[in-house]
Structures are given as structure tokens and as C-alpha cells.
Write a protein that binds this ligand. Structure first.
Ligand SMILES: CC(C)(COP(=O)(O)OP(=O)(O)OC[C@H]1O[C@@H](n2cnc3c(N)ncnc32)[C@H](O)[C@@H]1OP(=O)(O)O)[C@@H](O)C(=O)NCCC(=O)NCCS
Length: 184
């Protein structure tokens, strides 16, 4: 059972009781505006919770999708994840989503930084990357704030509710992370 604490947040495993809190944000059209999934039906969210719980028990574990709670009022406000596609490649994709009610408080930045720490220090990854829509200004800013470098633009990389979209690819290497920590 993974539990990771930051100044204001607790990152923990997702369980079946999280359905309602996940569904509250995953079914919100504004939350999913720049991502290819959603807005979720109840079935989509139940599948997400089930798949996430199964992935936490997989051996070897490939996906580290965690609930983000605030310390002051323990309740799921969003999720953050590292997705290891190929186990021998030592790299993972970072992803996250939060309910609108908590945007702008720095939670996404704080939790994503924690995931870098988990990824590099606990999982021994070499590279963590993320992709976001060029018009997803808040996510771009989060990726910049956690020390990722904009590596390029994938043209027509994804389809968001029928619209073909480019993706911006961001990345951070273990050596970048170690350098960043020396300056903290
Ligand atoms: C992207 C998201 C995770 C950001 O969460 P958050 O908790 O608000 O993020 P933070 O508060 O840590 O940081 C957001 C930053 O973006 C900035 N920002 C927000 N909206 C912005 C906009 N429209 N234009 C420019 N900057 C913007 C904020 O000012 C802040 O930067 P600052 O600290 O320099 O002021 C949240 O908006 C979300 O869940 N969106 C829906 C799901 C999603 O898009 N996930 C990412 C897929 S790639």
C-alpha cells in the first residue's frame, strides 16, 4: 500500500469507495476539455476504479495511479499517475486530473513533484514524460513548474471528441531531477 505525504497532500491507493469522488470530476466536461477521455459515464468511472485497483495489485506493477487527498479535509480531490509502458525501459508517463473546485491552489504541482520523487527515487526511473494539449495552459504551467523540459510537438497526435489535436511532449531525466533537488 503506497502512502506518500507532502506538505498539504496525501497520495494513497485508490479504493472502491472513491467512485463518487472520482466520478464528480471525471464526468465534468470542463475537466476533460483537453483530454481524449470522458466526460465519464458511471460505467466509465467504475471501470477506471476497477482497472486502477487491479493495476495496483499487478506483478510487476506498471501503473502507479494514486488518489490525491488534502491533509486538512481527507477526501479525494483528484488523481495522479505514473504509467510504465515497458518495464525494461525505466521510463513512465505522468498524468493527472483534479476537480474544478480545487484548481489554482498548487495541488497539481505539489502532487506531480511527489510523483517525480516516487518515480526517480523509489522506482529508479531514468525519464518521466508527459503530453498535453497545446491549449491546456494550466497543465503546461504545471509541467513547467515541476522542472520538465518541452521536448517537442507531435502533430495530429490525438483525437479529442472528434477533433484532431497536436500534443506537446514534456520530459525530465533523473539527472535533471538530481540537479533540481540540489537547488531546493
Ligand atoms: C491542469 C490541472 C491539473 C492543474 O491543476 P491545478 O491544481 O490548478 O494546478 P496548480 O495550481 O498546481 O498550477 C496551475 C498553474 O497554471 C496556471 N494557469 C491556470 N490556468 C491558466 C491559464 N488559463 N493560462 C495560463 N496559466 C494558467 C496557474 O496560474 C498556475 O500557475 P502559477 O502557480 O504560476 O500561478 C487542472 O486544471 C486539471 O485537473 N485540469 C483538467 C484535467 C487535465 O487537463 N489534466 C492534464 C492533462 S495533460
Amino acid at each position: 500500500m503506497t502512502v506518500f505525504r507532502t506538505d498539504r497532500l496525501v497520495l494513497r491507493e485508490i479504493h472502491a469507495d472513491d467512485f463518487e469522488a472520482v466520478h464528480a470530476y471525471a464526468s465534468d466536461p470542463e475537466v476533460v476539455r483537453w483530454v481524449p477521455w470522458g466526460p465519464n459515464t458511471e460505467t466509465d468511472t467504475r471501470d477506471f476504479v476497477a482497472v486502477t485497483m487491479a493495476s495496483a495489485a499487478a506483478e510487476p506493477r506498471m501503473d502507479w495511479i494514486l488518489a490525491v487527498e488534502t491533509r486538512e479535509a481527507p477526501r479525494l480531490v483528484g488523481t495522479v499517475g505514473l504509467y510504465v509502458r515497458y518495464h525494461d525501459q525505466d521510463q513512465a508517463m505522468l498524468g493527472y486530473a483534479y476537480g474544478r473546485g480545487v484548481w489554482g491552489r498548487g495541488y497539481a504541482t505539489e502532487a506531480a513533484t511527489a510523483m517525480l520523487e516516487i518515480g526517480f527515487d523509489a522506482l529508479g526511473l531514468r525519464r518521466i514524460w508527459a503530453a498535453c494539449d497545446p491549449d491546456n495552459a494550466a497543465s503546461r504551467r504545471v509541467l513547467e513548474k515541476i522542472g520538465m523540459t518541452l521536448e517537442g510537438r507531435l502533430r495530429q497526435d490525438t483525437v479529442v471528441r472528434g477533433q484532431v489535436r497536436d500534443s506537446l511532449v514534456w520530459g525530465i531525466l533523473e539527472e535533471d531531477w538530481n540537479g533540481l533537488r540540489r537547488t531546493l
